[in-house]
Design a protein around this ligand. Structure first.
Ligand code: NDP
Ligand code: OXD
Length: 319
């Protein structure tokens, strides 16, 4: 039986790995890579599957017969907002390599603030030799907002480093060794948190969530002097003017931000200049292209065998 063609519309910053990985995946299936000039005007009406990241605006009118859509990343907010999105299952990217990378980022940033790297870097510049108070990880509570694939792994690894870890999610969770809070327990969760980690999807409910009113509720008398905010979920969940104001007012002592309301972060943002703010360009956990294609192959095999797809996005809840 002829396998239905697979459409690829992945606008990742580096195209070479996509081209290389396509040589190793999807054997026996025609792949239509829209990044290749020769496919610009190709008839796409026979495609049943598509792997997408920032697809062309006319994609769904050109490919009206898609049965399954695959997101090129873990977050699907941009795909869900696409005009003409068909009512087909949308499978998001869940993979151990992405999860591990995110946990590396989160652990790194928590340790960065715990061990006061910014202050020691400044001291080094001045050839200074002053020691600072040194709280242990066990004296610090990291509160993770979002206990999904990424939040749960980060929690386990922070725990291994000795941090006290608590977590918050929309629905109640039971995770060994970690105290958890649901929607109703949000203020109690914040009041216990020294380092706040955002690993939430961008939805109507999480838009603008990390604002001044929320920062005011964080624990005020913790061992770091002031709470720290780390966000690697989505920039639309944070209010950057409020982060700057919270830093000015001492409501926050530092921040590590991988995601922004506008990406790239505009040159005039006051956040660039702050000594105790770590800025990275949305790189906490890039999708490994080989792992992404292997995941798509597995899901197509399941679909064609009549088995349920995994990691299907709930359209109504938005993630
Ligand atoms: P999951 O869908 O597995 O988990 C999402 C978590 O957020 C769940 O615990 C969910 O609650 C919780 N949540 C969602 N909405 C709310 C809400 N309104 N209130 C409270 N909790 C809420 O997602 P992942 O862990 O895989 O990924 C999280 C996000 O990380 C992605 O959506 C993406 O935006 C971002 N990301 C960023 C990357 C980067 O490089 N910076 C890389 C990859 C992902 P519940 O458990 O109750 O459903
Ligand atoms: C993702 C991302 O959602 O890279 O995977 O942000």
């Amino acid at each position: 039986m002829t396998k239905s063609p697979l459409l690829i519309d992945l606008k990742f910053s580096d195209r070479a790995p996509v081209v290389a990985a396509l040589k190793r995946h999807f054997a026996g299936r025609e792949v239509i890579d829209l990044g290749a000039a020769e496919n610009a005007g190709r008839d796409l009406s026979d495609c049943r599957y598509a792997v997408l990241w920032q697809p062309d605006a006319d994609l769904f009118s050109r490919a009206p017969n898609l049965d399954v859509l695959f997101s090129g990343g873990a977050g699907v907010d941009k795909i869900l907002a696409l005009e003409g999105l068909p009512d087909a299952p949308l499978v998001r990217f869940v993979d151990p390599s992405l999860t591990r990378r995110m946990s590396e980022y989160v652990v790194l940033q928590c340790l960065y603030h715990l061990r006061q790297v910014a202050a020691y870097r400044a001291s080094q510049k001045a050839r200074g030799w002053q020691s600072l108070p040194q709280p242990e990880a066990g004296a610090v509570t990291v509160g993770i907002m979002g206990l999904g694939e990424l939040g749960r792994d980060a929690a386990a690894k922070l725990k291994m480093m000795g941090f006290n870890v608590i977590g918050w999610s929309r629905t109640a969770k039971s995770i060994e060794g970690i105290e958890t809070f649901d929607e109703a327990g949000r203020d109690a969760f914040l009041a216990r948190t020294d380092i706040l980690v955002g690993l939430l999807p961008l939805t109507a409910e999480t838009t603008g969530l990390f604002n001044l009113a929320l920062f005011e509720k964080l624990k005020r008398d913790g061992p770091l002097g002031a709470p720290v905010f780390i966000n690697a979920g989505r920039g639309g969940s944070q209010v950057e003017a409020d982060i700057a104001a919270a830093l000015d007012r001492g409501l926050l002592g530092g921040a590590s931000l991988d995601v922004f309301e506008t990406e790239p972060l505009p040159a005039e943002s006051p956040l660039w200049e702050r000594e105790n703010v770590v800025i990275t360009p949305h790189v906490a956990a890039d999708s490994d292209i080989g792992a992404l294609f292997a995941h798509v192959e597995r899901q197509i095999a399941r679909f064609e065998a009549g088995e349920p797809l995994e990691h299907v996005v709930g359209r109504k809840r938005g993630y």
